[in-house]
Design a protein around this ligand. Structure first.
Ligand code: NAD
Ligand code: SER
Length: 318
């Protein structure tokens, strides 16, 4: 029986992945760990307080629960990382090194660690960005993710540690709030529309970025983790994609449900980060190797977000 540790379980992705893993492996076999418990949601019954920089506590938790697999999601995202570069480096790199070292030493069977479209930079081709191309990130977050990709590949080839990874685009979900990224606008905008308030967008109206609805992201994660090891030919991180749109395109889609909804554009420091990232991603290698195929386009995602969010207690809390 697998025992799975989810580090960063209270975050936007972690809270959804913990639920999905519980439904597959049973709640009692999933251990949620984070710096803090999630706000306004049900806490997973087995919760461990963990700062991933603390290697000893990480090791103790793995031994205590006889962990066989780790999903290491804890990170400082792009916008917060620009405000606190030292913290971003410690959490994203020292934290990852701790997970990799302890996993190797305690013979963890499989590790999942996400990368990001933030590994790309100003010189990367912007349209249909290939799996292997120029990577010149200019944010601390992007530099940490690129370093992480080199590290996970190194641990696979040098120590045989089975680490798997996806370069997520911006993730959009209704179960938890986003945690300090450049793509957060694509979640925030729904809250304002549903509450009948104007949205002030921190990106310019034509800034297209690759995005993915959370059910697709969770399914991609589970699919790569469940694939036979010999199908995983990319041991750094796979490009994955679903949909690309600009703030204006998203606004127009939401307006179909909320005709009175209004928006203003006030680009801030996140605009420069967004402009350094691709507009669309070539994820054909993930399709070839382990059958990746997204389900949600812009219309389908927006409809589902509105359906779930308008009855959510997060609308009241936010
Ligand atoms: P999030 O900020 O919502 O959640 C991260 C969680 O990590 C938080 O609950 C936080 O408390 C926890 N954490 C932070 N520092 C920690 C530490 N020192 N020890 C333990 N826990 C700590 O982020 P998310 O959106 O859920 O992202 C999850 C992963 O996916 C990250 O690695 C992120 O880089 C990656 N990713 C996310 C997106 C996105 O759009 N959300 C896109 C690309 C990649
Ligand atoms: N969505 C993330 C961010 O904006 C990308 O990894 O930081």
């Amino acid at each position: 029986m697998e025992k799975i540790l989810v580090i960063g379980a209270s975050g936007q992705l972690g809270s959804e992945l913990t639920i999905a893993l519980s439904s597959i492996y049973g709640e009692a076999n999933i251990i949620a760990a984070d710096l803090h418990k999630p706000h306004g949601e049900e806490v997973h019954p087995i919760f461990e307080h963990l700062d991933v920089i603390d290697k000893k506590t990480l090791s103790d938790i793995i031994l205590k629960h006889r962990i066989t697999q780790i999903y290491h999601l804890a990170a400082i995202l792009s916008a917060t990382g620009e405000k606190h570069p030292g913290l971003a480096w410690r959490v994203n790199i020292e934290g990852l090194m701790n997970v990799l070292d302890v996993s190797r030493d305690l013979k963890i069977k499989k590790v999942y660690w996400p990368s990001s479209i933030a590994v790309f930079g100003p010189s990367t081709p912007k349209e249909n960005t290939p799996q292997t191309t120029i990577t010149d990130p200019n944010t601390v977050y992007g530099i940490s993710k690129l370093t992480g990709e080199r590290l996970v590949e190194y641990y696979y080839y040098h120590y045989g540690l089975d680490v798997r990874s996806l370069r997520y685009p911006g993730l959009i979900g209704y179960k938890a709030l986003p945690g300090g990224g450049t793509t957060d606008y694509a979640v925030d905008i729904f809250y304002k529309a549903i509450k009948g308030e104007q949205y002030s967008c921190f990106l310019d109206k034509d800034t297209s970025l690759p995005m993915m609805y959370m059910p697709d992201a969770v399914r991609a994660t589970l699919e790569i983790m469940e694939s036979d090891a010999d199908r995983i030919t990319v041991r750094s991180s796979y490009n994955v994609a679903a949909v690309s749109f600009s703030p204006l395109e998203l606004y127009n889609t939401i307006k179909e449900s909320y005709p009175e909804f209004s928006i203003e554009y006030k680009p801030d420091f996140r605009q420069e980060i967004a402009l350094s990232w691709p507009k669309s991603i070539d994820d054909s290698q993930a399709g070839l190797d382990w059958g990746w195929n997204p389900e949600f386009d812009l219309q389908k995602m927006a409809k589902d977000m509105i359906l779930h969010l308008k009855d959510s207690e997060l609308i009241i809390l936010q």
